[in-house]
Design a protein around this ligand. Structure first.
Ligand code: F6P
Length: 538
């Protein structure tokens, strides 16, 4: 068997390595002066405008990145994903989150079976259930309408739905449909989070949705048992049937937990946890809060990008461009972070060969104006951190105060337009001299510039655009992984911590119930554990 080839062994990779030297001789200030170059670095699809002219790249760089994509067989890999092949090879699974938002008449196969009808049967069930809860035809044990929802889940069973909820809760249309309702998320197992979450909620009017792909995740199951107890203590154990439903791929465990399988909403092993917001994981809680028709718009937005990602040529393909530029920044410039899913943080290729280059980046972010007053010092004069600036043309909640020159949204957007230039151009000592800045302050006020960013401008932030944005970022991760030759769809890296926590949990149990001493841990952990056990002994 031929030994696997790393992408870094290819001619295209080596060519880009040499090309870095060329780019290091340029400055964004000069690159930005070339209007033709800037024009060629703007791509628009379905209202979303990507401007990547502030990347440390020329047209030649982009061509070389397309060659790298060819060597990495990017298009073939995208096709294999859409064809339902088991590209998640370490778990022997298809990767088909695109099927979750496919139209009813689409055909997407996994293991020789069209999965779209199953997807739609769950969507139809969610629509029916959420409408019954919202209209009050499904009521709680004491006959009251269930107006509040607590979604219990962690990781991918939490963050995606939280993102969409955060974006929708200020959208005028979504506000109208959410009137009088509350959606809360309980993720962390810290009892403080449980207390914060249920404060002000009445079990009589609360529906708990337990969201867990495996239905075994320790934190989620403990939180689910805690809320089951909260409901049973207030309303009696039989109330659970009316106040708890579940989203999972493991319907046997759902039933074992005491939730009627008729009130369970399925998804499938071909949906990665971190890619699951478009399954019942997100669609159920969000439909309960905003109504199915709003959430359907979100799915349609994501589907529009799915079709674009599948069919647009690389030079016009927003996720492909984003992914290739990330590879450029991370693996060639060595920029470790980006202001914007962690499954790309891998140390070996999909064939298990150690990677001689960095893959994955540390993502963080903040509304730009807030960032300006906190960590932007770091990105302007400290470390080089490529940024994604995401702006919307029309605010969800426009405010124009009398006597003000610009609207509040204009103020926000002023930063959206200004910051990328500040990063790209910087400020030279010569400019500062001309401004009569005191000589001793010149080093402090000099900005090197040449710091890459890209800008995404969306028409507004409604459910449809939120779906587009989600899909763009999901597919960017896939492109990066396809080029790096890693598996973007498994997360073995989180398993070690989980299994060690299980060992600790067992120790706590045997020490408390049988008085057994702490054993099998290193000195540090054993000391801390013993102290904790002693201090919590009653
Ligand atoms: O720890 C990572 C992970 O396995 C994610 O992939 C997943 O989203 C999360 O834990 C929660 O898992 P589950 O949905 O099975 O409870």
């Amino acid at each position: 068997m031929a030994s696997p080839t790393l992408i870094s062994d290819t001619g295209a990779w080596k060519d880009l390595k040499g090309h870095v030297e060329e780019i290091n001789k340029t400055h964004l200030r000069d690159l930005m002066a070339d209007a033709e170059r800037c024009k060629s670095m703007m791509v628009e699809f379905d209202g979303v405008l990507l401007d990547y002219s502030r990347q440390r790249a020329t047209n030649e760089t982009v061509d070389k990145l397309f060659k790298l994509a060819e060597e990495a067989k990017l298009k073939e890999k995208i096709n294999r994903m859409y064809n339902g092949e088991h590209i998640n090879s370490t778990e022997n699974r298809s990767v088909l989150h695109v099927a979750l938002r496919a139209s009813r008449d689409a055909v997407i196969q996994s293991d020789g079976k069209n999965v779209v009808p199953e997807v739609w049967s769950v969507l139809d069930k969610i629509k029916d259930f959420s409408e019954r809860v919202r209209s009050g035809s499904w009521v709680g044990a004491t006959g009251k309408v269930l107006k509040d929802v607590v979604a219990v889940g962690i990781g991918g069973s939490f963050l995606g739905p939280l993102f969409v909820h955060t974006a929708l809760q200020t959208d005028p249309e979504a506000i109208k449909s959410a009137r009088g309702r509350q959606l809360r998320f309980l993720a962390n197992v810290d009892p403080i989070d449980v207390a914060r979450n249920i404060t002000g909620l009445n079990p009589e009017t609360t529906l708990v949705v337990v969201v867990s792909k495996t239905f075994t995740t320790a934190e989620t199951m403990l939180n689910a048992r805690t809320l089951r107890e909260w409901i049973s203590a207030a309303l009696g154990p039989s109330a659970v049937a009316k106040h708890m439903v579940a989203v999972s791929t493991n319907l046997m465990l759902v039933e074992k937990f005491g939730i009627d399988p008729n009130n369970a909403f399925a998804f499938w092993d071909w949906v990665g946890g971190r890619y699951s917001v478009c399954s019942a994981v997100g669609v159920l809680p969000l439909s309960l809060q905003y109504g199915f028709s709003v959430v359907e718009q979100f799915l349609k937005g994501a589907s529009s990008i799915d079709q674009h990602f599948y069919s647009a040529p690389h030079e016009k393909n927003i996720p492909v461009l984003l992914g290739l530029l990330s590879v450029w920044n991370v693996s060639f410039f060595g920029y470790p972070a980006r202001v914007s899913m962690e499954s790309n943080g891998k140390g070996v290729s999909i064939d298990g060969v150690p990677l001689p280059f960095e893959a994955g980046e540390i993502d963080f972010g903040e509304p730009g104006t807030n960032g300006q007053h906190s960590f932007y010092q770091l990105i302007h004069q400290g470390r080089v951190i490529p940024c994604d600036f995401i702006g919307v043309v029309k605010s969800q909640q426009p405010v124009f105060l009398k006597g003000e020159v610009v609207s509040n949204h204009d103020e926000l957007m002023s930063n959206f337009f200004a910051q990328p230039d500040a990063l790209a151009y910087g400020k030279t000592p010569e400019q500062l001299h001309k401004e009569n800045v005191a000589p001793h302050l010149i080093p402090h006020k000099t900005f090197s510039g040449n710091r890459p960013s890209l800008s995404l401008l969306l028409p507004s932030l409604n459910a449809y655009n939120i779906g587009q944005l989600l899909a763009i970022y999901e597919h960017r991760i896939a492109v990066e992984g396809f080029v790096w030759g890693i598996n973007s769809f498994d997360q073995w890296g989180v398993e070690l911590g989980k299994s060690l926590a299980t060992q600790v949990r067992k120790q706590l149990h045997v020490s408390r119930t049988k008085g057994e001493p702490v054993e099998g841990f290193n000195f540090s952990t054993a000391t801390l554990l013993t102290r904790y056990l002693e201090a919590t002994a009653d």
